[in-house]
Write a protein that binds this ligand. Structure first.
Ligand SMILES: C[S@@+](CC[C@H](N)C(=O)[O-])C[C@H]1O[C@@H](n2cnc3c(N)ncnc32)[C@H](O)[C@@H]1O
Length: 427
């Protein structure tokens, strides 16, 4: 590049910036285009043009310009952020999320990423909600051999994609028969009829059919609250699920996220009663009232492999009870033990639940003033929760403590209170 074209390109950029400042985005984009012709390897010109395109809502061109920048400068945080916005607007929510995580990894402001991630999650929820009962809906209800009706993917999904979203037909507060009767009594005749179409695994004379249907299909939100959703109710159980269920209290919706890649045509499963860490015998005992014997991949393992699987799941189940883990008086061993449990989950093929262990490690590292390790484990936790519960899930992903842990960990009361340590463990 000769000095003349460099100067000319720079003055075009400055002219573009002035036009941008006066909101003439079209004129600004033209100047940046000319500068790009003179200096095609300079990332700032497509970066600026990308911004002008974002202002003009020309999302595809903005996306392309950000991609050009990232080809020249792979960790350009402004390009990652701008492309995330362009992708969100084009409904490439998966791509937008990936850009935001790359933005964080490249040193971008976590607070900014959290807020943008929430906007992406909201846009995705709206898009999935609008798609229900249209050809772009990603699932369909169909018979599932040996399991009655089931729900099947109609297109591929990746981990973290929102597959289903649904407002419940009713919410039952309290676990008594009267609480349930109150909720059902409030249904319109039409909704009651729709509810009565659902499967009833207690189809004997000992209960009112509505109670049997509630038992068969309702999802527990907490120990005292359950909801009934018409479409989600058709999802069958697996001890090796490909979906994670999350309740979004703010919008009163039940959501199902893909836990792993799902191919078009694959059946969708979630784990009833969060049974994944029980042994096969325990799972089958708890599933017996639903009137089926689970024959999922894990339940169908040959005897010796099943024994190993049971052992892993038992260990995980014990470890979720904090007091059973390596005591925090041995912090390095504690963090290593947590990492081992995450590895154990993966070996068992389970794609959920690691956040309990990573969040715990984040707090231990924070306590001992190892900011890099605390950041590493916090981001692991955040990423997992975004994928399994959604970026806008206040209860799991962005509650106050989590936000502080992500944005201002040193401001937390426990930060640096313990003996200064450096933790080597990583996944
Ligand atoms: C919430 S409903 C699921 C949808 C149901 N298959 C239907 O036809 O509407 C629960 C019932 O589905 C059946 N089911 C669920 N998971 C199953 C599985 N893994 N194997 C066999 N049956 C299953 C059982 O009859 C269970 O009581």
């Amino acid at each position: 590049m000769d000095a003349h074209s460099t100067t000319e390109a720079e003055s075009l950029k400055l002219k573009g910036n002035t036009l941008f400042g006066s909101k003439d985005y079209e004129g600004a984009a033209k100047c940046y285009s000319e500068a790009m012709c003179l200096q095609p390897t300079e990332p700032n010109y497509p970066l600026n043009r990308c911004f002008a395109y974002l202002k003009m809502k020309r999302w595809t061109e903005a996306d392309q310009d950000a991609t050009v920048v990232l080809r020249l400068d792979g960790a350009n945080i402004k390009a990652l952020y701008r492309r995330a916005i362009a992708r969100k607007e084009q409904r490439d929510f998966r791509g937008a999320r990936a850009d935001l995580f790359a933005f964080i990894d490249a040193g971008g402001d976590v607070k900014v990423a959290i807020e943008e991630n929430i906007l992406i999650a909201t846009a995705e929820a709206n898009a999935v909600m609008r798609a229900v009962d249209t050809p772009s809906c990603g699932f369909r209800l169909a018979p599932s051999p040996g399991r009655g009706m089931g729900v099947f993917a109609t297109r591929p999904f990746s981990r973290g994609d929102l597959v289903m979203i649904e407002s419940p037909l009713y919410t039952a507060h309290g676990s008594g028969v009267e609480d349930l009767a109150t909720a059902i009594d409030e249904l319109s005749e039409e909704d009651f009829e729709r509810m009565m179409q659902l499967y009833n695994c207690q189809d004997d004379d000992s209960h009112s059919p509505a109670f049997g249907i509630h038992f068969t299909n309702a999802l527990g939100i907490d120990s005292d609250t359950s909801v009934l959703c018409l479409q989600i109710s058709r999802i069958n159980h697996s001890c090796d699920p490909n979906l994670s269920f999350a309740w979004h209290a703010e919008s009163n919706t039940a959501r199902m996220f893909a836990l792993r890649p799902i191919a078009a045509g694959e059946e969708l499963f979630h784990s009833y009663r969060r049974l994944i860490t029980f042994t096969r015998a325990e799972r089958h005992e708890r599933l017996a009232p639903f009137g089926f014997v689970c024959a999922c991949r894990t339940c169908a393992l040959p005897y010796l492999e099943r024994v190993v699987s049971d052992k892993r799941r038992m260990e995980l189940s014990m470890s979720w009870k904090v007091d059973q883990r390596v005591p925090v008086s041995q912090p390095a061993r504690h963090v290593e033990a947590n990492a081992q449990l995450v590895r154990l989950l993966r070996t068992e093929g389970l794609a959920s639940g690691s956040d309990t262990f990573t969040a715990d490690s984040a707090v231990v590292c924070l306590h001992h003033g190892d900011w890099d390790s605390a950041r590493y484990w916090t981001l692991e936790t955040y990423r997992t929760r975004v994928e399994e519960f959604g970026a806008d899930c206040y209860e799991r992903t962005i509650h106050d403590f989590m936000r502080k842990l992500l944005c201002n960990p040193r401001g937390l009361p426990e930060a640096g209170k313990g003996k200064k340590l450096v933790f080597k463990t990583r996944l």
